[in-house]
Design a protein. Structure first.
Length: 302
C-alpha cells in the first residue's frame, strides 16, 4: 500500500532499542562490584528512506543496538559511571556508522548497596535499600562533535515530621486550606541537572559521580535542616547550593510532589487529634501538589 500525497514529508525520525537490561560485575581479587542498568539507544540521520521508500539498507537494526550496548559494557571500565559509559556508546555509534548524524542514550542506574555483614562490608553481597535511581541522557551530534548531557536523581522518597509550615498564601472565595505552622513534609525527589560544556574532550573529564553524590547530599541536608516556609522556598535553596558548588552544572531542575499527610479527625470520639495534639495522620494518595522550577547561572564558568 502506498501514498503519493505530496503534501506530506517526514519531519523527524529516530529509532533504536529500548529497555536493554544489563548487570556488569567487576572483579578485584576477592572483592566484586556490580552495576545494573536499563539503557535506551536511539539513532538519527540519513534514515528517511526506510520510512518513505521501504528501503531497509540504511537501517542499523535495533538488535544491533542491543548488542552494541552489551559488548561495550563488557569492554568498558566505566559502566558504573553512567555519563562516561553513555559517551562511549554514542562515540562508537558515530564512528561506526557514517550515515548517522546523532546518537541518543538514556540510562537508568538501579540501586545496589553493599551489605554490611558482621560489621564489615561484604565482598560480593548487596541490598536494594531504596528505590531511588540515577539517570542520564547523553545526546551526541556529529556536527561539531557536540554532546549534551543531563543527569538526574529520581524516586528519592523523603519525609520529615516537623520543621515545615505553610501560611500567608493568597486567599479568595475558593480557598479552603487552613494555614499551618507545623506540618509533615514529604516528597519524592525528581532532580535533573544539565552540564555547561558541550565539548566531548571536556565532558570526558567531569567528575560525574562526585556531582551526583553532592546533589543528593545537598538535597537531603537542605530538606532536613531548612525550616521550610514552603516547598518552593526549600526547592530554590537546594538549587542555589548546587549551582554554587558545581561550576560544571549549567542549570538544575526539581519536580517535587507534595505528598500530603492529613490529621485524622477524632472529634466524634472526644479525642483531641488536632493542632499541637495531632499525632495520627492519614497518608493521602491523591491529589497532591506538584512544585517545579529550573534555576540557571547567569554566566557559564566553563
Amino acid at each position: 500500500m502506498s501514498s503519493n500525497n505530496a503534501n506530506v514529508y517526514l519531519k523527524k525520525a529516530r529509532y533504536g532499542k529500548d529497555l536493554v537490561r544489563l548487570m556488569r560485575v567487576y572483579k578485584e581479587g576477592d572483592v566484586q562490584h556490580c552495576t545494573e542498568l536499563t539503557v535506551r539507544l536511539l539513532l538519527e540521520g540519513d534514515i528517511e528512506t526506510s520510512y518513505t521508500k521501504a528501503d531497509n539498507s540504511v537501517v542499523v537494526t535495533t538488535d544491533t543496538c542491543k548488542n552494541t550496548v552489551n559488548i561495550l559494557a563488557k569492554r568498558s571500565k566505566n559502566v558504573d559511571n553512567i555519563e562516561v559509559f553513555g559517551q562511549e556508546i554514542t562515540e562508537h555509534v558515530l564512528k561506526q556508522y557514517a550515515h548517522l548524524s546523532g546518537a541518543f542514550v538514556d540510562i537508568i542506574k538501579h540501586k545496589w548497596t553493599r551489605l554490611i555483614v558482621d560489621g564489615k562490608p561484604h565482598n560480593h553481597s548487596f541490598v536494594r535499600d531504596g528505590e531511588d535511581i540515577q539517570t542520564t541522557s547523553v545526546h551526541h551530534y556529529r556536527a561539531g562533535n557536540e554532546i549534551r548531557i543531563t543527569s538526574g536523581l529520581d524516586k528519592l522518597l523523603v519525609l520529615k515530621t516537623t520543621g515545615s509550615a505553610f501560611h500567608g498564601f493568597y486567599t479568595d472565595e475558593y480557598t479552603t486550606l487552613v494555614p499551618v505552622w507545623d506540618r509533615i513534609f514529604s516528597t519524592a525527589v525528581d532532580c535533573k541537572w544539565t552540564f555547561v560544556s558541550k565539548s566531548a574532550a571536556t565532558l570526558r573529564n567531569v567528575d560525574f559521580k562526585a556531582i551526583h553524590a553532592g546533589v543528593k547530599q545537598i538535597t537531603c541536608d537542605t530538606f532536613a535542616k531548612d525550616d521550610s516556609a514552603s516547598v518552593q522556598a526549600t526547592l530554590y535553596l537546594m538549587q542555589q547550593q548546587i549551582l554554587a558548588k558545581f561550576p560544571a552544572v549549567a542549570e538544575v531542575s526539581y519536580a517535587l510532589p507534595n505528598k500530603h499527610y492529613v490529621g485524622v479527625d477524632m472529634s466524634k470520639f472526644n479525642i483531641d487529634n488536632a493542632g499541637k495534639n495531632m499525632e495520627v495522620y492519614h497518608p493521602q494518595a491523591d491529589p497532591s501538589g506538584l512544585i517545579t522550577a529550573t534555576a540557571a547561572r547567569k554566566e557559564s564558568k566553563l
